[in-house]
Structure formats: structure tokens, C-alpha cells
Write a protein that binds this ligand. Structure first.
Ligand code: NAP
Ligand code: F7E
Length: 338
């Protein structure tokens, strides 16, 4: 039997990955945090009875040690131990408000986990996946971005993830463990948090069309992103760990759309065409002469990543991974109109 341990199992990617790995016959274990009012497991409630969940936190080394002891006591005869490090304070804007916490969880948390893994699991049985991000490219130095593009991070989140990226590479080299970085471009789904832009637009337009919201307020309408479906990306994570050697892989669609285009696509799902008037913070989206979208500066970031477009050729050639879900289909699925 193979064990998969997922930090961030209650998040968007953790939930899809758990379903995928259960189908593959893994014993799926995961780290969850205590929440004061809810269980915090709503994304994995349907598969809860098939999972082994342990309370813990990426900021707590001793707790992580205990979790590994419990897993090893329950599954002493495993062949391979795959670790998917998905836990993170994953919101770029929030990382400007809580930079130290973001670094503690996303950067030092990865170091803590690797250290525990190295102490608890025999080297030859370890397969470690790190959730790296296209945010590492930041203010891009090359278009499109591939595994050889230099990094130029622009937020506390990206800088914390850069530390984690290099820590993974260093553990691979120094200790000879199988540890890989997946450099994933934006991916979303109906399970995404509502404060990320694609989900916010889908839900906002839906509410406007149902008469429950007057105006959708957004920040930088010019920002462009490469956006795929989370279900495909978690399969890519697994493929990265099945490769014959540890490495870095970009997962992306290769297409890029602006925030403004996402708003247009969302209205088009309802057969509506919106027009734009004004520029910068004064720009407005109009539907039949009525303002339905406007800029609110509170959503501007102290430093912005203007555009990201990935080149996933290496993953296609070496892992046989590809993705072809359209942004329009993702928006429809979030709206429940697919
Ligand atoms: P998400 O939905 O925000 O999930 C984050 C997970 O991390 C949640 O389960 C959360 O637990 C957990 N977590 C946060 N802080 C923690 C802590 N201190 N200790 C333990 N667990 C903690 O993010 P996602 O979209 O699934 O992304 C998964 C990973 O991929 C993240 O590392 C993210 O940075 C990275 N990534 C995401 C994208 C993307 O477009 N989605 C692209 C590139 C990389 P709670 O449920 O308790 O909050
Ligand atoms: O912003 C602009 C915003 O917050 C996308 C995370 O999963 O992907 C995600 O990070 C763009 C930015 O995602 C609003 O300024 C405009 O340029 O949806 P987002 P993100 O920052 O790209 C990467 C790959 C990760 O690794 C992260 O974990 O949209 N934007 N107006 C807005 N963004 C938000 N959130 N809200 C707005 O109102």
C-alpha cells in the first residue's frame, strides 16, 4: 500500500487530489486545522469516512512530528510515502496584510515539514510534492514562462513560496530525496474561495442577473492570467511524483485572459453584452446603459503582477500532462450552468 499525506487537504486542490488518490487506491491522510465554528471540511465532507485526518498546523513542528508518528503506527507496512504540501496562506492580497504569518506558513512551514519527513521516513520511500506557483515569475522577465524563466516575485506570498521552492531543491540535492516543485499557474473550480477573482466574477455576475446585486466591484481590470481547472492540475501533481526523477514542472494552459475579458465572458453566458466606458479607476462596465461593474481602488495591490502565461511543454512531453477546459466552461460550472 502507498500512503499519501496531504497538507491543505481541506482546500480547493486538496479536495480534488484526495478524490483522485482514493480512486488510485492510496491510503489518504491529511492535516486539518481546528476552526471555532465549523469543521472546515465542507469540500471533503462526501469522502470524510475514507480519509485519515489529523489536527495540526504548518506553524507547529512538534505537532507535525506527532501526526507522522500516528500515520506510521497505523500504516507500518507501506511501500511509498507521498507527501503533497498544499497548505498555504494562499491569497496574494492578504499576504500584504499578514506578511510574517504568510512567511511562517508558506516558507518556514515547508522547511518544518521537510525536516520532519526526513527524520521520520526512510529516504528511498519519500516522494515530496511542493505547491509552487506562477507568482514566482511576478513582473515577468520572459513570455511565456517556463521552467527556465528567471523568477521576479512581487508579493510576500511569492517571496515565501520562493523560499519554499529553493528549500525543496536544496533538500533534493543535499539529502538525495525525491522532492519536486510543481509551478502551477492559476486554476480554479466551483470549490475555489470566493475572494479569488474568477469566482468573484462568476458569483457577482450571477447575482446581478438574478437581481441580488447591483454592481460588481473589482480592482485591476487589465491584469491577465492563465487559468485552468483544478481537477486537471491535481492529476498533474500526481504525475510529477510518478516521474522517474524529481524535477520542476510548469502546469498551465498557455492561454491568457484579462480580468475585463472574464467579466465579458460571464455576462455572455447569460447572452448579455457589456460595454466599457472610462479609464483606470474610472472605468465602468455598462449593461443596457446601467452600471454593472466598476473599479474600487481597495482591490488594487501594493505591487501587481500584470500578466502570467505558462508554457507547459515540458509537462506535456515528459509527463503526458495536458489540459483543455475553457475559461467559459469553468465560469459556467461555477455558476452551476454547465
Ligand atoms: P486553498 O483553497 O486556499 O487551500 C489552502 C489550504 O491550506 C487549506 O486547506 C487551508 O486550511 C490550509 N492551511 C492554510 N494555512 C494553514 C496552516 N497554518 N496550517 C495548516 N494548513 C493550513 O488553496 P488551493 O487553491 O487549494 O492551493 C493549494 C496550494 O497550491 C497552495 O499552497 C497555493 O498557494 C498553491 N497554488 C495555488 C494555485 C491556484 O491557482 N489555486 C496556483 C499555484 C499554487 P483551512 O481550510 O483550514 O483554511
Ligand atoms: O487575482 C486581479 C488581481 O486573487 C488575479 C492564488 O491562487 O493564483 C492566485 O493568485 C488577478 C490579480 O489570484 C480583483 O489584482 C482584479 O492581478 O484571483 P486572484 P492571484 O493573485 O493570481 C496564484 C497562481 C497563486 O499561487 C495564488 O495562491 O486579478 N483582480 N480585481 C482581483 N483579484 C481579486 N482577488 N479580487 C478582485 O476584486
Amino acid at each position: 500500500m502507498n500512503i499519501a499525506f496531504i497538507t491543505g487537504i481541506s482546500g480547493q486542490d486538496g479536495s480534488y487530489l484526495s478524490e483522485f488518490l482514493l480512486e488510485k487506491g492510496y491510503a489518504v491522510c491529511g492535516l486539518v486545522r481546528r476552526h471555532s465554528t465549523i469543521f472546515g471540511t465542507y469540500r471533503i465532507d462526501k469522502i470524510l469516512k475514507d480519509l485519515d485526518l489529523f489536527y495540526g498546523d504548518m506553524t507547529d513542528s512538534l505537532g507535525l512530528c506527532d501526526v507522522f508518528d500516528k500515520i506510521l503506527a497505523k500504516y507500518p507496512n507501506y511501500q511509498r510515502f507521498e507527501i503533497y504540501n498544499l497548505a498555504a496562506q494562499s491569497h496574494v492580497m492578504v499576504s500584504f496584510e499578514v506578511p510574517e504569518y504568510t512567511a511562517d506558513v508558506d516558507a518556514i512551514g515547508t522547511l518544518r515539514l521537510l525536516d520532519v519527513v526526513l527524520k521520520k521516513i526512510p529516504k528511498e520511500k519519500i516522494r515530496f510534492y511542493q505547491a509552487s506557483t506562477s507568482e514566482l515569475y511576478g513582473e515577468v522577465l520572459e513570455e511565456p514562462q517556463s521552467e527556465t524563466t528567471p523568477f521576479n516575485p512581487q508579493s510576500p506570498y511569492a517571496i515565501a513560496k520562493l523560499y519554499a521552492f529553493w528549500t525543496v531543491k536544496q533538500y533534493r540535492k543535499a539529502y538525495g530525496i525525491f522532492a519536486s516543485n510543481g509551478i502551477l499557474f492559476n486554476h480554479t473550480s466551483p470549490r475555489r474561495g470566493e475572494t479569488f477573482v474568477c469566482h468573484k466574477i462568476a458569483r457577482g455576475v450571477q447575482r446581478i442577473m438574478e437581481g441580488r446585486l447591483d454592481v460588481l466591484e473589482l480592482g485591476n481590470l487589465d491584469a491577465q492570467r492563465d487559468l485552468g481547472h483544478a481537477r486537471d492540475y491535481v492529476e498533474g501533481m500526481w504525475r510529477i511524483l510518478q516521474h522517474h526523477q524529481p524535477d520542476e514542472f510548469v502546469l498551465a494552459t498557455g492561454k491568457m485572459y484579462s480580468v475585463r475579458q472574464l467579466v465579458e465572458f460571464a455576462f455572455e453566458i447569460y447572452g448579455k453584452h457589456i460595454t466599457w466606458d472610462g479609464e483606470g479607476k474610472h472605468e465602468k462596465g455598462l449593461l443596457d446603459g446601467r452600471i454593472v461593474c466598476q473599479v474600487n481602488e481597495r482591490y488594487y495591490r501594493p505591487a501587481e503582477v500584470e500578466k502570467l502565461q505558462g508554457d507547459a511543454s515540458k509537462a506535456k512531453t515528459e509527463l503526458g500532462w495536458s489540459t483543455n477546459v475553457s475559461v467559459q466552461d469553468i465560469l459556467k460550472e461555477i455558476m452551476g450552468k454547465n
